[in-house]
Ligand binder design. Structure first.
Ligand code: PGA
Length: 638
């Protein structure tokens, strides 16, 4: 039974198109830009584009570059204005937005340099006002912006218009929100290096554009997306002011759309078909909404929450309750590798073969123990052949201070033992480190050393979980080794390396993550490499007998209805996992963010996430455990 689109989207104040993936959305926006350029060319007028930086528009820019190179799309008659720039960064700084635009677009198309405008981050403080005014005037002189491209920050910022920005604000100097600075910390190798101020077009400047496309990918944007599209207009979420713009539309992927009411709670906005999946989603939501155990839900709870037709279809609350209780109960297992010699008809994983070859894929060292430390420990204790493959080296996430410490140690050791050749090598690396400055790119040697530091941490962590170090595989996928954040491109060499590992291990179960993440992130690319490698293994026998279990990734967890396997952790198992996380010493200053939760370090957040899941199971009337790790079963036609 379907229902009109307008009914489903009744709570949405901005036209929002949901695409299967980011590339499909980018095609649509690239079409609009192409059309604009061509029609302006026909009129002999320039096309004026408002451009954004960040991970979000990178795929759009790649498509525009492709159209330029392959289809002859010319930018000779295009004028561009970028949204913002960090205050205090010169245009050639690796993290400046001017540099970003040169690398990601300008240097690859026939835009005239004088037609590209990015706010000047180096303007003197006393000249900022005049410079901002001049920026506004330049936009006006160009005829105003025809198409403005936007990303959205998790604060709800557009450009760097942080919460508190007025709808009529213009180009100006602003202070960055602490969440925004945390999100940029990785690019700047530490939050302390992220500039505190920026120059940004105002909300009013953006609203003056004739057409606006806001893009968003990945579940990290899902919460702010729902608030922006469905919530009231408020300075607390500047993006909500886009609701005022007639020519604004959002082009987002399914993950970024996942918190919209039409996806998350579709029964509240229309008549829907009660498939087993939606029923599960709805009943588990209901128990949490009315704060009752499943078995205590009554007919009124259903009827008062948009689920009266489900009751009619399914009989009574009692039947539904017990059905969902059983389904949820059967997700709990202390045997993530399957329980040998046990009836497995209601267990998440099959009993045979036993022992299993279990392969844990970790996009970077730390993801494994962080998300699955308890599960890995149990798999091993139960006698399975557990391997962990670290897909990338993770060397970009090692601060210089860590590598300097390692270098000093090696030099001291070399001097004491007078191994002159080794010493020369290490001193060369030290000189490279001295020369590179705060944001210079790491040399191959520095990256290698940083990668080795992470390997040693991974080994130490795996030992805590009961694994021998020969169970570890370091794939060092080339997309990462040869790339930088926001600039990764995975290819055939990555697939080949992944495939080789799969064919060597021939796993019965694979634990992976990255599905639904921002497509340019390390986990998402690692997942795409897995997808391609599995496709390449399609002819192999083992693959027919291989289950794929998805873990969600740091700082988040599956929602109740998505969990197909919940692995309980006792208090001591949880503490053992935390010990494993501690071993990743170079990552200790990372301060991950999870939704509204702000936690100061990785281990506290891991503990909190695993405990929260256990509390959820308890609250809906299942057994009360200390902590739980969760997995979702996956098949690749998804
Ligand atoms: P992102 O940033 O594209 O890197 O996610 C978007 C923004 O902050 O506007």
């Amino acid at each position: 039974m379907t229902h009109p689109e307008s009914e489903l989207t009744q709570l949405e104040h901005i036209p929002t198109r949901i695409f299967g993936n980011a590339d499909a959305a980018c095609m649509t926006v690239a079409d609009a830009i192409t059309h604009l350029i061509e029609s302006r060319n026909a009129d002999g007028k320039p096309a004026v584009l408002g451009l954004a930086t960040g991970s979000t528009p990178v795929r759009l820019y790649r498509e525009l570059i492709r159209r330029h190179k392959e289809d002859g799309l010319s930018f000779a008659n295009v004028i561009t204005f970028n949204l913002d720039e960090y205050f205090g960064l010169p245009g050639d700084h690796p993290e400046s937005y001017r540099k970003f635009m040169q690398d990601q677009l300008f240097d690859h198309v026939d835009l005239k340099p004088e037609n590209t405008h990015v706010p000047d981050g180096m303007v003197h403080r006393e000249d900022v006002f005049a410079s901002c005014q001049a920026y506004e005037e330049a936009i006006e002189a160009a005829g105003g912006i025809d198409i403005q491209i936007l990303g959205i920050g998790r604060t709800g910022h557009i450009g760097f218009n942080e919460p508190g920005s007025a709808p009529d604000s213009l180009t100006r100097l602003v202070t960055l929100d602490s969440l925004t600075r945390r999100d940029a910390a990785r690019d700047f190798l530490g939050e302390e290096n992220v500039p505190r101020h920026a120059i940004t077009m105002g909300v009013g400047t953006i609203l003056a554009a004739r057409q606006v496309f806001l893009l968003a990918w990945g579940e990290g944007k899902a919460t702010i997306m729902a608030k922006t599209v469905e919530g009231p207009q408020t300075e607390a979420i500047p993006a909500t002011f886009l609701q005022r713009h007639e020519g604004c539309s959002f082009c987002i992927d399914e993950s970024a759309a996942s918190q919209l009411t039409r996806i998350r709670l579709p029964w509240l906005v229309g008549r829907i078909e009660w498939t087993p999946e939606v029923t599960r989603q709805a009943v588990l939501w209901l128990a949490q909404k009315v704060d009752k155990p499943l078995l205590r839900l009554v007919d009124e709870d259903y009827t008062e929450n948009g689920m009266a037709d489900l009751l009619v279809e399914q009989g009574s609350a009692y039947d539904l309750n017990i059905h969902l209780f059983n389904i949820t109960q059967h997700t709990i297992t202390g045997w993530p590798g399957g329980k040998p010699n046990a009836d497995d008809s209601n267990r998440p994983e099959r009993a045979t073969p036993y022992p299993k070859r279990s392969l844990i894929l970790s996009p970077e060292p730390l993801d494994d123990v962080y998300c699955l430390g308890g599960t890995i420990n149990r798999l091993k204790k139960h006698g399975n052949e557990v391997s962990i493959a670290y897909q990338t080296s993770g060397n970009l996430a090692v601060p210089d201070v860590e590598v300097r410490r390692a270098i000093e140690l090696m030099i001291e050791l070399g001097e004491e033992r007078s191994g002159q050749e080794d010493l020369d090598y290490v001193k060369t690396v030290e000189a490279q480190l001295d020369a590179k400055g705060d944001f210079g790119a790491d040399s191959t040697e520095i990256r290698q050393l940083k990668g080795l530091i992470r390997r040693s941490e991974a080994r130490s962590s795996a030992r805590t979980l009961g694994l021998e170090t020969d169970a570890l595989h370091f794939l060092d996928l080339p997309f990462y080794e040869e790339g930088r954040y926001r600039r990764f491109v995975a290819g055939e060499r990555d697939t080949a390396r992944m495939r080789e590992l799969l064919e060597t291990i021939r796993p019965h179960q694979i634990f992976a993550t990255g599905y639904g993440n921002d497509p340019l992130s390390v986990p998402a690319l690692s997942f795409e490499v897995l997808r391609a490698a599995l496709a390449a293994c399609a002819g192999s026998d083992w693959i027919k007998d291989c289950n794929i279990w998805l873990y969600k990734g740091p700082a988040q967890e599956w929602e109740a209805h998505e969990i197909d396997m919940a692995v309980p952790l006792s208090p001591s198992e949880l503490e053992n996992k935390i010990q494993g996380i501690y071993q990743h010493q170079t990552q200790r200053s990372q301060s991950p963010i999870s939704g509204d939760k702000r936690v100061n370090n990785t281990w506290d957040l891991a503990r909190e996430i695993n405990r929260t899941t256990a509390e959820l199971y308890d609250a809906i009337g299942l057994a009360e455990y200390e902590a739980m790790e969760c997995l979702k079963k996956f098949t690749f036609d998804q």
